[in-house]
Design a protein around this ligand. Structure first.
Ligand code: NAP
Length: 485
């Protein structure tokens, strides 16, 4: 079992503090497949420690901003090497603390290394623009500077990848950081922070604080934090936006989804059914981009739903560390209660279960992969993100109706469309109100070098990943560079 301590909030000796030292309340990080098993223990940061973490980040900010970009990048590359070298071990820890399968967990750890390398390579790319001037001898330069101290707040469902896609750009562009990970997944946060410190991050540049909502809101509201990047639920995200708005603080939020997969009559149904199941059930449905609404052309609906239900019923559910297991538990008992209650409500409102739905009588926070045939779009399930392995289907009598149903949501994170018709695929690009669109692949999945983020209630502010991240983690200075008189 690991003993956790906050990393590097304080002064030069701080990241060598004995693990587990701190002033706040103790916590135990437990395995959702076997809740009695403690994976790690640590302490939440006290209010004073949060304050000190922010102070340390402020103090370190000028030095890190002045460090050459290539030197900053070398730290990210070194950390990526450490993350890669530990992928097997940390993947197993991730599976034990969060509940996704070992294969997904190891892939996530390797993905985090890839993200850090991408942002290290930013040092080799252009970092500003030069414009012509109508005035003789003058050029106009647009240069980029760090924003200062970035407050990062991350969710439980990608314990190392989402932190990496915030830390990578924050650090490469010269910002210092105060980071509060989800209290459900402290161990992988510790692993990533330690890798960065061991790779040479100077003291005070990264400050990891453990805590729950109170610590998160202290970071958001603190005048020493110049900008906030949040990923999590829409309700919390909107509160973060409101607070940053009051304070006039730049904010970026990536929030919840209720993502649709649209299967049209000309689609390859075998492929579509497989992809819908991957989108709905991988990571136990705990992905912001997971498929939770399925819209199927009426002509092929019975066949497609039969295939999806059959695949769902065959999924091997169990301990995520067992190689044959395809779906692990939900992250917590509260998550299991929320998902089970959502399924009960849907059935009460007239949804017909085609697979799953009944509780699983076993130790751990397991629920079955569930497929619901919905009576229409008036049910609560259509609107509410359950964040679990549950997909609800409706039928559409035309492509136009199918796209309209996909847009019938306050969320707009991702969607998938299955068709063999390129013209229809292109019209989906025009019509669907989402930030991420997959054609003939599951609704989840991102590459680190292209923008990621949602439309409507799913996202606010500049997008993450790829070069889009520069828009949030830097500010521009426009320089009118005239020739000396
Ligand atoms: P969450 O409950 O909203 O928590 C997210 C983070 O915010 C956690 O670190 C949480 O701390 C912290 N927090 C809670 N209340 C806060 C407050 N008042 N002020 C500041 N911080 C606060 O979300 P989650 O359950 O971890 O993650 C699942 C949600 O995230 C889903 O809705 C999912 O769709 C969304 N998500 C979105 C994306 C995306 O890119 N769009 C990606 C992944 C997940 P504690 O939990 O420790 O209390």
């Amino acid at each position: 079992m690991a003993q956790l301590g906050c990393v590097d909030h304080g002064r030069s000796e701080s990241h060598r503090w004995p693990l587990g030292r701190g002033e706040g309340e103790e916590f135990a990080d437990t395995n959702p497949a076997r809740p009695a098993e403690v994976v790690a223990r640590g302490r939440f940061a006290s209010a004073g420690e949060v304050e000190r973490a922010i102070g340390a980040a402020r103090e370190a900010a000028p030095g890190w901003a002045a460090t050459p970009h290539h030197a900053r990048a070398a730290v990210l590359t070194g950390a990526a090497d450490l993350v890669d070298a530990s992928a097997g071990e940390w993947g197993a820890e991730l599976a034990r603390e969060e509940g996704k399968t070992l294969a997904e967990a190891v892939a996530e750890v390797r993905g985090a290394a890839r993200i850090l390398r991408y942002y290290a390579s930013e040092a080799d790319r252009e970092s500003g623009e030069v414009f012509a001037s109508p005035r003789p001898g003058e050029n106009v330069l647009v240069v980029r500077k760090p924003i200062g101290v970035a407050g990062l707040i991350t969710p439980f469902n990608f314990p190392i990848a989402i932190p990496a896609w915030k830390l990578g750009p924050a650090l490469t562009y010269g910002n210092t950081v105060v980071w509060k990970p989800s209290s459900l997944v402290p161990l992988l946060a510790y692993r990533l922070a330690k890798a960065l410190v061991e790779a040479g991050l100077p003291d005070g540049v990264l400050n990891l604080v453990y805590g729950e909502a109170e610590a998160g809101s202290a970071i958001v509201g603190h005048p020493g934090v110049d900008a906030v990047s949040f990923t999590g639920s829409t309700d919390v995200g909107r509160a973060v936006i409101a607070r940053c708005g009051e304070l006039g603080k730049p904010v970026q939020t990536e929030m919840g989804g209720k993502n649709a997969s649209v299967v049209l009559a000309d689609a390859d149904l075998g492929h579509a059914a497989e992809q819908v199941c991957l989108g709905a059930f991988r990571s136990t449905g705990q992905k912001c981009t997971a498929t939770s609404r399925l819209i199927v052309a009426s002509q092929v609906a019975d066949e497609l739903l039969e295939r999806v239900a059959e695949r769902a019923a065959r999924l091997v559910v169990g301990d995520p560390l067992s190689p044959e297991v395809e779906m692990g538990p939900l992250v917590s008992s509260a998550a299991r209660e929320r998902v089970s209650a959502g399924v009960r409500l849907a059935v009460g409102e007239g949804a017909k279960p085609l697979a799953g739905a009944s509780p699983l009588e076993r130790e751990g926070w397991f629920v079955p992969p569930t497929v619901l045939d919905l009576p229409g779009t008036g049910v609560d399930f259509w609107r509410t993100e359950l964040f679990g392995p549950v997909v609800g289907a409706v039928r559409a009598s035309s492509t136009e109706e199918a796209f309209g149903l996909a847009n019938l949501s306050d969320h707009g994170l991702s969607a998938a469309v299955f068709t063999r018709d390129l013209g229809v695929a292109l019209s989906a690009v025009e019509r669907l109100e989402v930030g991420v669109l997959h054609v003939n692949s599951e609704s989840a999945g991102t590459f680190p070098y292209v923008p990621f983020g949602g439309a409507k209630q799913s996202g606010f502010g500049p997008k993450e990943q790829g070069r889009a991240a520069r828009e949030f983690y830097t500010r521009t200075v426009t320089v009118y560079l005239g020739a000396p008189a």
